[in-house]
Design a protein around this ligand. Structure first.
Ligand code: UDP
Length: 319
């Protein structure tokens, strides 16, 4: 297939672009490089630099596209609380421009990078797809709005869409990994301590109702996640919008993650307990039964594999 990957110079987008390219697809990346990196765009893949508003129309108008994988987004929860308009415009506004361009070019197949943040603080875990959606920050709210637009465009304009709601993505693949200017995610932060970039891991709260008092999250390897996108692409059906959660179904506490990082790196990795981070739910766990049953997706990598690959990337696997 000929595919447009928006945000293909970012973390998940670059891994999916690499996998698509390796499996024989023609891939064009559209990315404004505001947070992505030009060298994260896989060799053999054309990079068009620009926002969706600026370039989606003319890129898709070249013709021949079979579908779009849409990753381009602003994704910092804290920033979204400080500047919600940036998120409504940057996520929903830019996505509407992309969808207009798709309609103009007659491209109806889309896989969208959504998030567990649409569920907010869940009443029950594991979270299933029809759990209540009550995002607790503008980031999650904008992603939910885009899911809703896709559902309507399926009904009204014949789009065939799949929204994949990611839980905690980790690991690296083929030289493509996580590198953010501002690092807030747990695993890169912990590995940053092992690398000497910081002295200790800030543990945000140990008074949660979990076994060791620290937050429990559902980590999924980026390559397992990427494979789900290929399955979703094949499953797109005109007029239908589907939603799938993507997690491994296994929960790890912050302390357990640090333990695995110690074992992988051989570094003592000191921790310091700080107050809770605003808006962090105690436990987030996905039920990924739906995508397993419908599309045959399976998880092949555990937390140790994620940390090993993230560590290799941190040590110099980066491009
Ligand atoms: N966390 C932490 N210290 C850090 C970064 C994260 O204790 O430096 C905790 C955070 O409170 C959450 C978990 O680790 O419970 C995962 O956080 P991350 O930001 O990686 O992902 P989130 O679940 O917030 O999307």
């Amino acid at each position: 297939m000929k595919l447009l990957v928006t945000g293909g110079a970012g973390y998940v987008g670059s891994v999916v672009a690499a996998l698509l390219w390796e499996t024989g697809h023609e891939v064009v990346v559209l990315d404004d490089l505001s947070t992505g990196h030009a060298d994260a765009c896989p060799d053999g893949v054309r990079l068009v630099q620009g926002t969706l508003r600026e370039r989606a129309h003319d890129v898709l108008a070249e013709g021949g596209y079979d579908g779009v994988l849409h990753f381009a987004a602003k994704s910092l929860v804290g920033e979204s609380v400080a500047d919600p308009a940036k998120y409504w415009d940057g996520n929903l506004g830019e996505s509407l421009a992309l969808f207009d361009a798709m309609r103009a070019a007659g491209v109806a197949r889309i896989v969208f990078s959504s998030t567990a943040a649409v569920y907010g603080d869940p009443e029950t875990v594991p979270i299933v797809e029809d759990s209540p959606t009550r995002p607790t920050n503008p980031y999650g709210a904008t992603k939910l709005a885009i899911d809703n637009v896709l559902a309507e465009y399926a009904r009204l304009h014949g789009f065939g869409g799949v929204s994949l709601r990611y839980f905690n993505v980790a690991g690296a693949f083929g030289g493509f990994g996580e590198r953010h200017a501002v690092e807030t995610h747990l695993i890169p932060t912990v590995l940053g301590v092992a690398l000497g970039a910081r002295d200790e891991v800030p543990v945000f709260g140990e008074d949660y109702p979990t076994a060791d008092g620290t937050c429990v999250r559902d980590y999924v390897h980026v390559i397992d996640l990427a494979r789900a996108h290929l399955l979703a692409l094949d499953a797109c059906a005109p007029g239908v919008h589907r939603v799938y959660n993507l997690g491994s179904g296994a929960g790890y506490s912050v302390r357990e993650v640090v333990e695995v990082c110690r074992a992988v790196t051989g570094h003592p990795i000191p921790m310091t307990v700080l107050p809770r981070r605003a808006g962090d739910p105690g436990t987030l766990l996905a039920s990924s039964e739906a995508i397993r049953d419908d599309l045959g997706w399976t998880v092949e990598h555990d937390l140790t594999a994620m940390v090993e690959d993230a560590w290799k990337f941190a040590l110099g696997g980066r491009r």
